[in-house]
Write a protein that binds this ligand. Sequence first.
Ligand SMILES: *Cc1c(COP(=O)(O)O)cnc(C)c1O
Length: 434
Amino acid sequence: MHYLRDVDPEIEASVKNEANRARGGLELIPSENFTSLAVMQVMGSVFTNKYSEGYPGKRYYGGNEFVDVAETLAIERAKKLFNAEHVNVQPLSGSPANQAVFFALLNLGDTYMGMDLACGGHLTHGCPVNFSGKHYKCIPYGVDKETELLDYDAIKKQAIKSKPKLILSGLTAYPRELDFDAFQEIAEEVGAYHFADIAHIAGIVAAGLHPNPVEVCDVVSTTTHKTLRGPRGAMIMCKEEDRLRDIHHPDSKKNLAQLIDSAVFPGLQGGPHDHVNAAKAVAFHEALQPEYKVYASQILKNAKALADELMSQGLRLVTDGTENHLMVVDVWEKGITGKDAQNLLDEVGIFLNKNTIPFDERSPFNPSGVRLGTPALTTRGMKESEMKEVGSLMARALLKKDDKTALAKVKEGVSELCSQFPLYPELPDGYFKQ
Ligand SMILES: *Cc1c(COP(=O)(O)O)cnc(C)c1O
C-alpha cells in the first residue's frame, strides 16, 4: 500500500527528497538528530487523533485510558532518566516549554537574568524580539571577552545588583560545560529561582556525562529532539516544593509542580500531542539502555576529534575547543562571513548554521561564525577517524572556497563518506528515491 502516494504525490515527493538529502549529506547542525524508526512509527500512529486535555487520570474528555498509559510511561521514564521529582511531558516544543516556566514563576515585566544570544544563549532567554525579551525585563549576562568563558563572579555581581526573580542557565551555542552549582549558589544568594534550559545537552546529561541540573535547580526544561534523540517536543522537570513561595508567591496554594502543570495546561496549551508524547516515552526508554550511554559518550569523543582537526587546519574555535557536543568556528577570522560559509558548505553537502560569536561585530543575519556539532553524525555510526575526515573536508572547502576543482573534490569526499554510513539502512531504497 502506498497511502501517501495515492493521496498526495507532491508531498510524498517532498518526503523522499528530504530523506535523500539527509542521507546524502553530513548533518552537523548541533540541534538536529535522527530518531529511531520506533519513535517515528509512534508519531505516525492513531494517537494523533485523540483529544486529552488535562493530565493522566484527570482528563476533560473520555476514552483516554491508553493515552494515560503512554503519558504515564513517558513521565516515569523521564523521572528515572534525570532523577526528577516531577515531570510534565506536554510542552509542544522548547520555546512553549520556556514560556510556560515564565508564566508559572514570573509576572509580566518581572526582572530575570539570561545568557546573551551573541554569547550562546537562546532566543527565549531574553532576546528583544522574543516574548522573553518583550514582556519581561531581561538583564543579560555574557562571557568574558578574553577567555570567551562564563565568568561566574561577574554573573554574581550582576545578580546582586539587579535582584532578578529568576536566573536562567542554559545554552544553544556555548561549547563548554555549565556549572549549575555556581548558578544555584548565586540564585540562592539573591532569592531568585534557578531555571536551567538543557535543550541542547539533555542527552549528555541523561547519560551522566554532564552535571545534572535537575538535582540542583528549581526548574529544568528540555527539548526532546536534540541530543536526546526523541520526537520534536519538550518537557519540564521540577522540584515538588516551591522553595521561594513565601517570598514570591505568598498567596498561592500551589506547590512548584502545580504551578508548572497549570501554566502548561490550561495556562498556555490546549490538547496535548499524544502521538508525540507516546514517542517521547519510546525515546526515554531508548535513552535508559546501556547503548545510549555509549552513544552519548561517542558524541563527546567525536566533538573533541572534530574540534581538534578544525584547529589543526588553522581555524579558530570560540574558547579554543569544546567540552560538549558543539563548537563555534570564527570563520570571519579567515575573511569569510558566517552566511557565506553556511551557503558554501551547503553546496558540498555539509550542513551547519551561521552563528554569532561572542562580541560579534557583524549582524546576526550575517555573523562571524558557524555552529556545528556531532549528535547526528554519531547516530549514523561515525567515529573519531571519520570526524578527522569531516574536519578536513570542511576546512578544505572554507580555505579553498574559490577553487572549483577543490570544491568538487570535497563534494565527492562527502558523498563517499555518506555512502559508507547510510542513514536508516533498515528502510527500503524506495523510501529515498522517486
Ligand atoms: C532549541 C532550543 C530551544 C527551543 O526549542 P524549539 O523546540 O525550537 O522551540 C529552547 N532553548 C534552547 C536552549 C534551545 O537550544
